[in-house]
Design a binder for this molecule. Sequence first.
Ligand code: 5GP
Ligand code: MN
Length: 339
Amino acid sequence: MENIQAFKRLMDSPRSVVVVTHFKPDADALGSSLGLAGYLRKKGHRVTVVTPSDYPSFLAWMPGNREVIAVSKDDPRPLEAAKAAMQSADLIFCLDFSNLKRTEDLADTIRGSKATKVLIDHHLEPEKFADFEQWTVASASTAGLVYQLIKELGEEDLVDADIANCLYAGLMTDTGGFRHSNTTRMEFMLASELVGRGADPSCVAKLIYDNNSLERLRLTGFVLAQKLQVLPEYRTAYMVLSADELRQFGSQTGDTEGLVNYGLSISNIRLSVLLYERKTEIKYSFRSLGDFSVNELARRHFEGGGHKNAAGGTFKGSLADALKKFLDLLPEYRAKLNS
Ligand code: 5GP
Ligand code: MN
């Protein structure tokens, strides 16, 4: 962090803090938020963790989960409580997103709040709204950036097993289990330090990867057998899931996570896309290999963004139109996809 001394001075007295992450948080979003919250509480700050939506049940084991205020479309109370906490906060920490739009119904409250804003993130092209930034795309995970910030403050001894497990979960998942191209020596060094502070790799892996409902596994089988399409001329794989199909498999938040990666596991495929229907929009999940930037694709055409090789976007309209929009773009990218 650039102005770390000023930040340190600010954090030297007990503060009222809100930690917020993005809509439909994944393990890095929630793990970095709860890891940071655990540390801040140990420092004597009053901390409220807010998520703009619910999140997968395979993240509910994270210490601090029970105190999270999760905004819900069905109940206005969490949104009101989240807004109230933000309006009276001294500081708002924004974790694992680069664009306030990703906090959905909370964006205006965050923007309008008088609180000091701190961005901790690793996505491309961040929006400039924060007073303090712990930001770099060189980090595979936001959880790693939280740990590095705690180290910059000289307080890594406060990181206990609960905090370490939350942060390790973010690091493990955002590197795809230490497999993606963002996995560098630094990621292994961070992992080693977190394990040294009590993180349990096998336990966290089990809780996140091998904690499926039977319905989720059946959904995966259905997608692989019947929904996965391949366009060899564009080295592209795609899958489309309607709300009806998701309902048929009793799908819960998080059940579609990871499906898109199967497309990239096919040899010669460079771009994989999952489209699925959400309540009010169509969601795209993009993954690529090598130099093909899905961040650029998502930004230019799908009101989204993310990282070079993992990004997301949205579309307002029907699932068929959302697919058509994507397929119609492929000829333009043909050369890039085959280079
Ligand atoms: P996923 O496909 O797993 O939902 O997301 C892949 C990456 O893209 C994550 O880093 C996520 O934060 C980011 N991402 C997903 N959806 C969006 C979106 O709608 N807008 C932006 N800017 N980023 C997104
Ligand atoms: Mn992340």
